[in-house]
Ligand binder design. Structure first.
Ligand SMILES: C[S@@+](CC[C@H](N)C(=O)[O-])C[C@H]1O[C@@H](n2cnc3c(N)ncnc32)[C@H](O)[C@@H]1O
Length: 262
């Protein structure tokens, strides 16, 4: 059964922990390179979370530009506003990516990182992105193929059940697989999709796996027949493997670029 993951309170803190880790910094750098923002550009960020991308994109466009960052969660917008408090050209507001409070053609670029997969009607969010982009404007999305998570474990059956429970945390756990055709239906022309793999062979708070483990433990506990004890044992296995030099985790995230042709 589908359950909406809400990024407030503890989940927002887990998301901020991930956003500050080494693997997230590398990912952010790839997204920023692909966006290739110029001074003065107007940019909309869908589902800005704690504003880590918002802050960096604002430094590219500068005070002559404009960053509009939206998120459906009040906790996330409070954090994003705080992060960007000294940047008058950044506006962070609570809004739904499916009903953007902006006019047609207002933006040179629209981007979202790990957000569309959480939206039930994500095709509406694509149509909204297309509407607010100017002709020639660019669209960028980064999303994980959540079923690509691979962890070394001495308990493969427990691992399988935990990952099955986690897969229900998003309506579209493998969004990149269906994104290109959805972009075309929304009037955006896909340009390319490239994989951004992450491999962790150590387990600590500077690694993506550490934060995915926390998100998984929070979400999967009590779902799909996964008990509290099983989740605690599942979580305890990783530091034990790490201590023996046997920790392994890999996943693939996909960067998708598109353009509004006219
Ligand atoms: C995994 S977090 C990613 C946050 C940020 N993009 C980052 O990578 O640091 C997903 C975010 O999307 C937001 N979100 C989910 N559904 C949304 C919607 N319909 N409209 C706007 N934001 C939404 C959540 O509140 C959450 O902050």
């Amino acid at each position: 059964m589908m359950a909406n993951l809400v990024f407030e309170g503890g989940m927002a803190r887990i998301q901020h922990g991930f956003a500050q880790c080494h693997d997230a910094i590398i990912r952010r750098s790839l997204v920023l390179d692909a966006l290739n923002l110029r001074s003065g550009e107007r940019v909309l960020e869908q589902g800005c979370g704690g504003g880590f991308y918002t802050y960096e994109t604002a430094r590219f466009v500068g005070p002559q530009g404009r960053i509009a960052a939206i998120d459906i969660s009040a906790d996330q917008i409070t954090a994003a506003r705080e992060r960007c408090r000294e940047m008058s050209w950044v506006e962070c507001q609570i809004a739904n990516a499916n009903e953007l409070p902006y006019g047609d053609g207002e933006f040179d670029a629209v981007f979202g990182v790990q957000v569309l997969e959480y939206i039930q009607d994500f095709e509406k969010a694509l149509r909204e992105a297309q509407r607010v982009l100017r002709p020639g404007g660019r669209f960028l999305n980064l999303a994980t193929n959540w079923t690509s998570l691979l962890w070394h474990s001495g308990h493969p059956e427990r691992m399988r059940r935990v990952l099955e429970a986690l897969a229900t945390h998003a309506p579209y756990p493998d969004l990149p697989v269906i994104l290109a055709s959805a972009l075309r239906r929304a009037g955006l022309q896909p340009l390319c999709q490239q994989g951004v793999p992450i491999i962790n062979t150590s387990y600590n708070e500077n690694r993506r796996s550490f934060w995915i483990a926390r998100l998984t433990a929070n979400f999967a506990r009590g779902r799909g027949g996964v008990s509290d004890d099983e989740i605690d044992e599942w979580l305890a296995e990783f530091p034990a493997l790490d201590a023996k030099g046997e920790f392994f985790f890999s996943t693939t995230t996909v960067l998708t670029e598109a353009i509004k042709v006219s």
